[in-house]
Design a protein around this ligand. Structure first.
Ligand SMILES: Cc1cc2nc3c(=O)[nH]c(=O)nc-3n(C[C@H](O)[C@H](O)[C@H](O)COP(=O)(O)OP(=O)(O)OC[C@H]3O[C@@H](n4cnc5c(N)ncnc54)[C@H](O)[C@@H]3O)c2cc1C
Length: 460
């Protein structure tokens, strides 16, 4: 029998210049941005059988492209626009007005989005491997990081010159010994949510009966009178690209740690139970839903936060609320702090705090650099931020932008032979802007009408 735990006995699968771990919104963009420079080999590895992470496992709305409020501005551009353009081509997206406080959403068909990610990644020439999980990292060997992956074919080694951790849970950083905070250690962790989709909803009947306002009142009533065992008084349900279908973010599972698999198992069971209680509520109480049923649960329960890496820079609430865009900003964010947490009375509530002034702040490059790292970046929901700052800067237009920035930074670090933390950020920002990223407050108000996507500039 081979000693599989001795890295010497594990076959070498690949030696890419750049390795991206996790094909969520952040990881896909990181791989696309790195490959767009056509200079170095890029490998993208994902544990599930499809790309997109949270974007395709459970959601259908990109928030963060537009600032909230009455004068929305478009603050994300470049490769994230390319993703939406592909969805636009097949009529698989529309702009949804700000009904729940987070600003205009780019609503998309998540099944089509899987195909779009596949297409963009394969066309870009990325070495793309699904159904493959990172399970270990071997201490640095000379110029390369050695990662151990497992899939149905066995254990494999990948040696890479640069690594981008886009696993959502910062698995690579944790295995490599970089410092991190676990959500829940200091402030209560944001709750988890099993999303679900319902079919055969009569939208016209729903709207004539009072639409969202009516739905919220009935939810609160069912919660208070315990006619249905709902976990909270509120929750969102919105139409999807597929007609007659509605997507919901309503379930709330709190006080369980998604990094502990026994607790995650409990969360999955509880999330499904709540989803079907919501189905009963909708059918019994909400006009238009009488003949509807759940047609899909999220692929797994939605996890908002687990590990947050300590980086060369840590984004804080004060920084978000300062509305400052500095010379080191590599993306913009205008999303409010939206914290799904447990209230004082033990009930789940959502806390909102909007960004004052221009309503926009810049996210510094150092938030993507694990403290002390020389060849590693961290992007997406495990980037370096405090709990409150993360509750603002976690929408997918921002996670895609983090991926875009890190993808360009890896290429720059290889080209100029420099460490992660020694990158010339002015050069990086220039490259990002050349590619269509937006790093200054735009003058004009965006067209956020349902079909307004094509009227917004900054397309590459
Ligand atoms: C319930 C819920 C509702 C939300 N609603 C919205 C919304 O409406 N709009 C919005 O913009 N944002 C929303 N967000 C926030 C947003 O979706 C996330 O912050 C964002 O999608 C995170 O992207 P990511 O790429 O960092 O992580 P993920 O999407 O989690 O991607 C990580 C990827 O890495 C893979 N992976 C993990 N570990 C490994 C490993 N060891 N080896 C290989 N692969 C691995 C995963 O399978 C996954 O594909 C919501 C989040 C949740 C949970």
């Amino acid at each position: 029998m081979t000693d599989i735990f001795n890295p010497k006995n594990i076959s070498l699968l690949a030696e890419p210049d750049i390795l991206v771990i996790g094909a969520g919104s952040a990881g896909c963009l990181a791989a696309l941005a790195a490959a767009s420079q056509k200079k170095y080999s890029v490998m993208l590895v994902e544990r599930y059988g499809f790309p997109g992470g949270t974007s395709t496992q459970m959601l259908d709305t990109f928030y963060g492209f537009f600032t909230p409020g009455t004068s929305p501005k478009k603050i994300v551009g470049g490769l994230p626009d390319r993703v939406v353009d592909e969805l636009y081509k097949t009529n698989d997206m529309f702009l949804r007005p700000n009904t729940y406080g987070a600003g205009t959403g780019v609503n998309y068909n998540p099944e089509r989005l899987k195909l779009v990610w596949d297409k963009l990644i394969t066309e870009a020439g990325v070495n793309y491997l699904l159904h493959t999980s990172l399970v270990d990292v071997v201490r640095e060997e000379s110029e390369r990081k050695t990662c151990i992956f497992w899939n149905k074919s066995g254990f494999y080694k990948v040696k890479a010159r640069r690594v981008i951790d886009a696993s959502g849970d910062a698995d690579f950083c944790a295995l490599s010994g970089y410092p991190f905070e676990i959500a829940g250690e200091n402030e209560p962790a944001q709750s988890m949510t099993t999303t679900f989709r319902m079919s055969n909803v009569d939208q016209q009947k729903f709207e004539s009966a009072g639409g969202n306002k009516m739905m919220k009142e009935r939810m609160a009533d069912a919660f208070e009178n315990q006619t249905h065992l709902l976990p909270r008084k509120e929750g969102s349900a919105h139409e999807m690209c597929q007609s007659g279908c509605v997507s919901t973010v309503a379930v709330k599972v709190s006080d369980l740690n998604a990094l502990k698999v026994d607790e995650l198992t409990k969360a999955e069971i509880e999330g499904r139970k709540q989803a079907f209680e919501y189905e009963r509520f909708f059918r019994d109480k909400v006009p238009g839903y009488e003949d509807s049923k759940i047609i899909g649960l999220s692929h797994q329960i939605g996890v908002r936060e687990t590990r947050r890496v300590y980086g060369e820079h840590r984004l804080t609430k004060e920084e978000c609320l300062s509305g400052r865009i500095s010379d080191s900003s590599v993306l913009l964010c205008g999303a409010p702090i939206e914290d799904h947490r447990k209230g004082k009375d033990g009930q789940d509530e959502t806390y909102w705090e909007y960004i004052p002034g221009t309503g926009i702040y810049g996210v510094p490059y150092g938030t993507l650099v694990p403290a002390g790292s020389s060849m590693t970046w961290v992007v997406g929901r495990c980037f370096s931020a405090t709990h409150d700052a993360h509750a603002s800067c976690r929408s997918m237009a921002q996670t895609m932008s983090m991926g875009q920035a890190a993808g360009f930074a890896t290429v720059q670090s290889l080209k100029t032979d420099c460490d992660t933390k020694d990158i010339d950020v002015t050069m990086l920002r220039d490259n990002l802007v050349r590619f269509g990223q937006i790093l200054e407050v735009p003058d004009s108000v965006a067209d956020t009408t349902r079909n307004g996507w094509k009227n917004n500039k900054n397309r590459i």
